[in-house]
Design a binder for this molecule. Structure first.
Ligand SMILES: Nc1ncnc2c1ncn2[C@@H]1O[C@H](COP(=O)(O)OP(=O)(O)OP(=O)(O)O)[C@@H](O)[C@H]1O
Length: 384
């Protein structure tokens, strides 16, 4: 979808008067609004097509989002993230279920809902490339109930790091900069809710890091409610308060990044062996533990494997039985990539894993790292 912000334009004359006198009933409505979820969905369902071609994209989702939180929607390709966002925005009609956006119904009264939301869908396409950065922001600011003034526009341009490019046309900017302009165009309307669908899609590592930093900065300064979808676990970990993992149109996990890591308790280990690894060992490790990638480093061979509970001891027993000379094992702190694999049963690879904190245990033996006696040496590996 493109030009999402156009489609979210409020109707002329639909403006609310911010200075309107507040009756006590209006106050109590405002108070109850501040405690109720700013966004909710019940039984949300959407199937595309019919008959043999039917695709159940969203299958009975219930969801509540508190004000001022940043929620990450994560899941493999086709999980239903974009469809969910479009349903919440009222851009597509659900087959069943209800949605409330800041006290409004985006299906019955889309204009009322559009005052509360802005969206950046599919990356950098929601700005006008023949206009300058500042012209874009002026344009999008004017779509708001209370248009931002020149100072606010300059401040936002500065926050996304584009002051030097403020009067440059967007088509002359790099892809990362275009994405920053899109983000600024989405945020300039100062809506209480912003949807960001894959905001770092297609960015190089540097630009992705920069956008992530700016996003967190903006969210902290302005306490917006943000719903952000991404395949990029580093983005989700860096920016989100809460993570919802989708698979096959359903929510399969919902919690804080820390909670999910605790719940799923997957540990990834790197085992290092002497070079002569018997074929029987390789075969058994592949069949029982899915070990099919080995790293060769001089006289050492190593592999990484995600294990739960007693599987660690089972693997060590296989190494002993097949006469492998075991040089050491490191534990790698689980992160969202591991959780994601665990919950969805696939759909991403551990190549997606970004930064990991490693607890390295050295020395020969077959004991579990915690029992190997050595003090763990903590390393930090940056993959980004
Ligand atoms: N307009 C459409 N017509 C038919 N099927 C669709 C349409 N849009 C999405 N789908 C299908 O619905 C399912 C969910 O798609 P959706 O785009 O919501 O997933 P997603 O999690 O956002 O995926 P991705 O991460 O790849 O963008 C997929 O099987 C997709 O092929």
């Amino acid at each position: 979808m493109s030009q999402s912000s156009d489609r979210l334009e409020p109707s002329p004359g639909a403006d609310r008067d911010p200075q309107a006198s507040r009756s006590s009933s209006a106050e109590s409505t405002a108070n109850s609004r501040s405690t109720e979820p700013i966004l909710s969905a019940t039984g949300l369902t959407k199937t595309y097509g019919d008959g043999d071609d039917a695709v159940e994209a969203v299958d009975g989702i219930d969801l509540e989002v508190k004000r001022g939180t940043v929620v990450g929607l994560l899941g493999p390709n086709g999980a239903g993230k974009t469809t969910t966002i479009k349903l919440l925005l009222g851009l597509i009609i659900p087959d069943a279920g209800t949605v409330r956006v800041d006290g409004t119904d985006p299906i019955d009264d889309p204009r009322a809902s559009y005052r509360s939301v802005s969206a950046m869908l599919e990356g950098a396409r929601n700005s006008y490339w023949r206009l300058t950065v500042r012209e874009n922001l002026r344009f999008f600011a004017r779509l708001a109930d209370r248009p931002a003034d020149a100072d606010r526009i300059d401040a936002l341009i500065e926050q996304v790091g584009l002051t030097a490019k403020a009067d440059t046309t967007v088509n002359e900017l790099s892809r990362g900069m275009k994405q920053q302009v899109s983000l600024a165009c989405t945020l300039i309307r100062d809506t209480p809710i912003a949807f960001l669908d894959e905001p770092t899609l297609g960015l190089d590592v540097e630009s992705s890091l920069e956008l992530r930093r700016q996003l967190r900065d903006l969210v902290e300064r302005e306490s917006r409610t943000v719903v952000l979808s991404s395949h990029d676990m580093d983005v989700i970990e860096a920016v989100c308060d809460r993570v919802i993992i989708m698979n096959d149109g359903r929510i399969v996990a919902d919690g804080t990044v820390d909670e999910l890591v605790d719940v799923f308790q997957t540990r990834t280990y790197r085992f290092t062996l002497e070079a002569l690894v018997p074929d029987a060992a390789r075969r058994t490790l592949a069949e029982r533990f899915g070990v099919d990638e080995w790293t060769e480093r001089g006289p050492e061979r190593s592999f990484e494997v995600a294990l739960q509970g007693d599987a660690f001891y089972d693997l060590v027993a296989v190494l002993e039985r097949t006469n492998c000379t075991f040089l050491g094992v490191e534990t790698i702190e689980p992160d969202l990539a591991d959780v994601f694999l665990e919950v969805t049963g696939g759909g991403a690879t551990t190549d997606d894993v970004g930064s990991r904190q490693r607890h390295t245990f050295e020395g020969r033996g077959t004991g579990r790292p915690e029992e190997s006696g050595g003090e763990p040496r903590v390393e930090h590996r940056e993959n980004r």
